[in-house]
Design a protein around this ligand. Sequence first.
Ligand code: HEM
Length: 417
Amino acid sequence: TTKQLPKEKGIDHTLALLNEGYRFVLNRREKKDSDIVQTRLLGQKVILISGEDAAELFYDEDLFKRKNVAPKRVEKSLFGENGVQGLDDEEHKHRKLMFLSLMTPERLKDIEKITMKHWKAKLPDWKMKNQVVLFDEAEEVMCRSACEWAGVPIEEEMVEQRAQEFGFMIDAFGGVGERYQRGKKARQSSEKWIEGIIKQIRSKKLQPPENTAAYVIANHRDRKGKLLNTHTAAVELINILRPIVAIGRYVVFGALAMHDYPEETEKLRAGDGNYNRMFVQEIRRYYPFTPLLGANARKDFTWKGYPFKKNTLVMLDVYGINHHPDLWDRPNEFRPERFKEWEGSPFAFVPQGGGDHYMGHRCAGEWITIMLMQVSLEFLINHVEYEVPEQELEYSMERMPTIPKSRFIMNQIQSTA
Ligand code: HEM
């Protein structure tokens, strides 16, 4: 006996997704009073699922696969083609191990130091300016740090352009028209640059250290012992560089949180490293970044009595799970302390995906993200003083990805240490 899936009527709701953004699933969950709702997106049937059990289901590899899940437009802007995101089974695990092998404690320490260095190097220039836009500065600092850490040489006069290109790829995600075209062009330019780097490493014209992403990816062999083709290698190296630049968005949300929640910020200032970590976790939970993730059913099955048909696209409510009233006490309040007693669950807190990093598709850069957010907050707290002038600090819940409208302007900048 199977139950009837709660269904949203209508031919297609893609436009509603673009209009409602981060609240798309929530709105349907509330309307149907259900954590599972069937809708239609991009001309196909889609099952939306939310909650901790839903995340556990979504990461069951016997039931779901990722091949051909990302729409072409997302591959042409955000992800690139033939990257790790769309691989399954043994091929995925082998490629994933390549990414995870880069995340050793020593290499994490390296990027922490590199990033603090690039933040501090910004100070002389900031002090001379009337104001700076933190979003632009953060993307630039992250781009410099990413390239240095990954063994990718970058000429000084190209830094701004390259940082912007990575930013445009990220920004293209839920964009149509101009925003999408800008992301697609940025990817083309970036891939051309990084393909050149891969070729130079393979011909030994460029010799980055063996523990860098550039070296490891250029020399990575697939399960049959073959090098990745130049384009795929470039896509994967960009899969390291671009998301490090994306951390700049969380840094901006961190600065916004410090501005909006002075009491919490006092505790941060008091210098307890543990509070810094809780603050960072709460930023990743509270502020919207990844709205949804998709996977295709491998076969017919039932879950909680509901029928899932082979090849149906299932989307996990990432933003909604991080705010789910069954999982979080007062979910719409910014309260870092909630992470003090938090026992941890691979499926209740999923800003960068859920499950296991090695077995599934959970983000390979979660440790880097946490570390660079911590070091960036430490910089903003302990190394610089600034004013936050009148500006538009609201962020839209409709735009995906979102960011405060003014992108966080700072002025009266002084260094403190
Ligand atoms: C995958 C979010 C930073 C590398 C993912 C996924 C999400 C995500 C939602 C997909 C999980 C899934 O498909 O189940 C984020 C956010 C970041 C961030 C919000 C910070 C702003 C990073 C960093 C790196 C990175 C810093 C690398 C240095 C990757 C890779 C994957 C991935 C390689 C693909 C994993 C796979 O398919 O197996 N990320 N990420 N990410 N992320 Fe991140």
